[in-house]
Design a binder for this molecule. Structure first.
Ligand code: SF4
Length: 486
């Protein structure tokens, strides 16, 4: 596994980021910049496709955007065109091989078509079987490719009609940016699980997973693409369609807790502010006497600030992150993962010695990192270590485009909170409550009859059917659902 994630190897990982722009004479450079701002959503591979009015141009590469689309490489200047889309990827479905790097590209009767997808389709395996039986030859092992084949076998003719016909057959979570001859299309699944925003720079429209990708190119934020909305951007402007049955929105609540960048605004709320409010709620729910509030860097910082504000206990940086760990090839073994923590973080002994500390982190997945960090605090002389987590316990796997270990690998699935506290070695452990989390996001609480967000990794309440989860692999079909079946 190639990881460049500087935060933590024991975290859930967002799958992908998408970006598109039309029309702009420097579309490739702006797409590359947008992808650079979305790098936290996927560090395994990146791709850009542009259209110059006659021809499509593309570049796909494993690794970081900055390493593959630098001005010295000359790649961006070769990607000519006034329209462009791009994708950063961290895979969960499909192997980490070049042919899976998006945007996918296909030639249709109507011309070329490029597709970039953030999310995960939950009936892709079943659809793929049907398509293979009908003679479709798949080029990749990603779930996304079924959309291309469903478009190829659609009855209707235009690009947009074919996309609608294809997307009406898929289930799951998707934020898609696509490009055909002289148009860029953005679409979100009917529940709006994954984010997609619209921006504007001069006469150009921009589509991006998060607003931080608009900021980097100086584009203004216009609005979110609504759940179930398809926007078509062409030479006459932006057109909105609602081709799917309306459904109650179920945006991914984990975007607020961890995935999205804190400087982004998602679904109308500042991620940074939301994280601070969650920290304040956590402090209200799990008070403890202590001398310092210390964040687990970097993702725990806004919640720790909120905890400190609410509790009145001073905030200090008790763990210092090494910013120069750089690219590390990490074997997916617990032993090496544990070593990674030592490489990346060090205790600020001067601050910690003899103190009662509250450590604030955003989540506990396998728990391996928490064990190491608590141990590090004790070795640095902490008198008491109280762990506070700004999410409810992660008890279930995600099937909607987030890399999660199998359910039986999740610490909170195996152990009670008291047992987790013993495993981690902390003096006390508390998580924000589900209702508290919803309150911090401006809701009166979680409506159990109709939850306002997707919170399936905490509740097991999956808002979209998981058709592939129980289906068996068929001989001759190489597609598999990786590490996601619980
Ligand atoms: Fe987000 Fe969790 Fe739902 Fe996945 S299961 S979409 S991570 S809230």
């Amino acid at each position: 596994m190639l990881t460049t994630n500087p935060f933590d190897d024991d975290k859930l990982r967002e799958e992908c980021g998408v970006f598109g722009i039309y029309p702009h004479p420097q579309s490739a450079a702006l797409v590359a910049l947008g992808l650079h701002a979305l790098q936290h959503r996927g560090q395994e591979a990146a791709g850009v496709v542009t259209f110059d009015g006659k021809h499509f141009h593309s570049h796909h590469a494993m690794g970081h955007v900055g390493d593959n689309f630098s001005s010295q490489s000359g790649v961006v200047s070769r990607l000519v065109g006034h329209a462009g889309i791009g994708h950063v990827r961290y895979s969960t479905t499909g192997d980490s091989i070049m042919r899976n790097v998006q945007p996918l590209f296909a030639d249709f009767e109507f011309g070329g078509f490029a597709l970039a997808h953030n999310g995960n389709l939950t009936n892709a395996l079943l659809l793929r079987r049907q398509l293979v039986r009908r003679g479709c030859l798949f080029q990749s092992t990603t779930d996304t490719e079924v959309i291309v084949h469903l478009m190829a076998t659609a009855r209707s003719g235009s690009v947009v009609d074919r996309m609608v016909e294809a997307l009406r057959q898929v289930e799951g979570a998707y934020a898609i940016v696509a490009m055909a001859n002289d148009m860029v299309v953005g679409v979100r699944d009917p529940l709006g699980v994954r984010p997609l925003v619209i921006g504007r720079i001069g006469d150009s429209h921009v589509l991006a997973s998060e607003t931080c990708a608009l900021d980097i190119i100086g584009a203004d934020f216009l609005r979110d693409v609504e759940p179930g909305e398809m926007v078509v951007i062409d030479s006459s402007g932006l057109h909105s369609m609602r081709p799917f049955q309306p459904q109650p929105r179920r945006f991914c609540i984990f975007e607020y807790i961890y995935f999205a960048r804190p400087d982004s605004v998602v679904e109308g709320s500042s991620v940074y502010e939301a994280r601070k409010r969650i920290g304040m709620q956590l402090a209200r729910e799990s008070e403890v006497e202590a001398d310092l509030v210390i964040p687990v860097p970097d993702s725990g910082v806004p919640a720790a600030i909120g905890y400190s504000v609410q509790s009145g206990i001073p905030f200090e940086l008790g763990i210092i992150r090494n910013h120069y760990v750089g690219r590390t090839f990490i074997e997916p073994t617990d032993q090496i993962r544990n070593l990674g923590v030592k490489l990346k973080h060090n205790a600020n002994r001067h601050m910690i010695e003899g103190k009662r500390i509250i450590l604030v982190d955003d989540s506990i997945v396998r728990g391996t990192t928490s064990v190491k960090i608590v141990e590090m605090m004790r070795r640095a002389g902490a008198r008491e270590v109280h762990m506070r987590i700004s999410s409810p316990p992660t008890t279930h796997s995600c099937f909607y485009g987030v890399d999660t270990p199998r359910k039986d690998k999740l610490l909170a699935h195996r152990l009670s909170i008291a047992e987790m506290n013993g495993f981690i070695g902390s003096d006390s452990l508390a998580f924000v409550s589900m209702d508290g989390l919803y309150k911090a996001l401006g809701e009166p609480g979680r409506d159990p009859a109709r939850p306002q967000y997707c919170d399936a990794c905490f509740s097991g309440d999956y808002p979209i059917a998981l058709a592939d989860r129980d289906s068996l692999q068929e001989p001759g079909v190489t597609f598999r659902v990786e590490a996601k079946a619980s």
